[in-house]
Design a protein around this ligand. Structure first.
Ligand code: SAM
Ligand code: SF4
Length: 333
């Protein structure tokens, strides 16, 4: 047996978020600038390299892999990779293969995702208003996304809606989203904006603390804390009126690092041991230098020895600069 991945703080690493592209068909204001320069293709791991990387992590005891991006479903031939990693779910080596998507391509891929072994997906949707959707995503088509979500539901995927809480943009719509998710059977998670990467807007204008959101929701909804966990940083409540679950991800106002079981790998094969820090390990060089995985596995293990205890996100209000320069679309959400 290979020894499992355990970091210096005795946290076992069982979850990898793997970004498969930095590109996207949307330009959400909190995530990207409108005019982005994307990486040249040779910088990106090929689908075969991504498959090898996933295999190495699984050999090291990783039980859950989430594909993300950029928009994972815009990567050409992405379903090949989903099918390849999905085989580890079928064999029992992996508990879960899942994906975070903006939903734009779900209509054509939903059935194939299920066939490949995907059981749950997260779909990012910040609003139920087509115009506000266009304003937030700049390029997105609301109806394409809702058709995609419906197709995913029909295909049998369990759906969690992720919504970034944005001051003055969707904060007045949260009741409607709770009602909609409750009726459709979707979980809902609210996310605070995180200071990742330079964007065109001012983040301190968008930041809406979820403690305030929760206090406001409690005026109208009965929220009961529940111990539910998906292995992620969200704290969950049950909404008694709908029976649905509501999660809160509060990286700025809360510290969830103690139980962190994850690492993130970018589409260029850089492993970030913490979303909020710059320290990283290059996995692409060992992946490309050797046909066998010994050097790759050594590089993963070495990186894990540098996993920090926690992060220190700040939006610097004076300089209005992000604490971490890379975009979420590079590290993967
Ligand atoms: N394109 C896919 C999507 O939108 O679901 C996957 C990648 S996206 C970077 C993953 C998640 O990160 C999305 O839910 C998005 O809303 C969130 N996100 C992006 N930038 C963020 C930021 N600055 N703060 C908080 N969440 C952010
Ligand atoms: Fe694209 Fe997702 Fe970023 Fe929006 S949040 S621009 S959909 S990667």
């Amino acid at each position: 047996m290979t020894t499992p991945l355990v970091d210096p703080f005795q946290r076992r690493i069982t979850y990898v978020r793997l970004s498969v592209t930095d590109r996207c068909d949307f330009r959400c204001g909190y995530c990207m600038a409108e005019h982005m320069t994307f990486l040249p293709k040779r910088e990106l791991l090929t689908l075969e390299e991504l498959e090898r990387l996933a295999g190495a992590f699984i050999a090291l005891g990783v039980r859950k892999i989430r594909l993300t991006g950029g928009e994972p479903l815009v990567r050409r031939n992405i379903m090949q990779l989903v099918q390849a990693i999905g085989r580890h779910v079928t064999s029992g080596a992996l508990d879960e293969l899942t994906m975070t998507t903006n939903g734009s391509q779900l209509e054509r891929h939903a059935d194939a995702l299920v066939a490949a072994g995907v059981r749950r997906i997260n779909v990012s949707l910040d609003t139920l208003d087509a115009q506000t959707f266009r304003q937030i995503t700049r390029w997105g088509d609301f109806h394409k996304v809702t058709s995609g979500i419906e197709a995913a539901k029909r295909a049998g995927l369990k759906i969690k809606i992720n919504a970034v809480a944005l001051k003055g943009v969707n904060e007045h719509e949260l009741d409607r989203m709770i009602t909609w998710c409750g009726a459709e059977g979707y979980d809902l998670t609210l996310i605070e904006t995180m200071p990742l990467g330079e964007i065109d807007e001012d983040r301190t204008d968008q930041y809406l603390p979820l403690s305030r959101v929760r206090a406001d929701l409690e005026q109208r909804w009965r929220l009961t804390d529940i111990p539910y966990s998906t292995g992620g940083p969200a704290r969950y409540v049950r909404i008694e009126e709908t029976g649905g679950r509501l999660g809160f991800i509060t990286p700025l106002s809360h510290n969830f690092c103690e139980s962190c079981n994850r690492v993130r790998v970018t589409c260029t094969g850089t492993m970030y041991m913490c979303l909020g820090q710059e320290d990283a390990a290059d996995l692409r060089a060992p992946l490309r230098a050797h046909a066998d995985d010994a050097a790759l596995i050594a590089a993963i293990r070495e990186g894990i020895t540098r996993k920090p205890k926690g992060h220190d996100f700040v939006i610097d209000r004076r300089r209005k600069r992000p604490a971490v320069a890379r975009h979420m679309s590079v590290t993967g959400g």
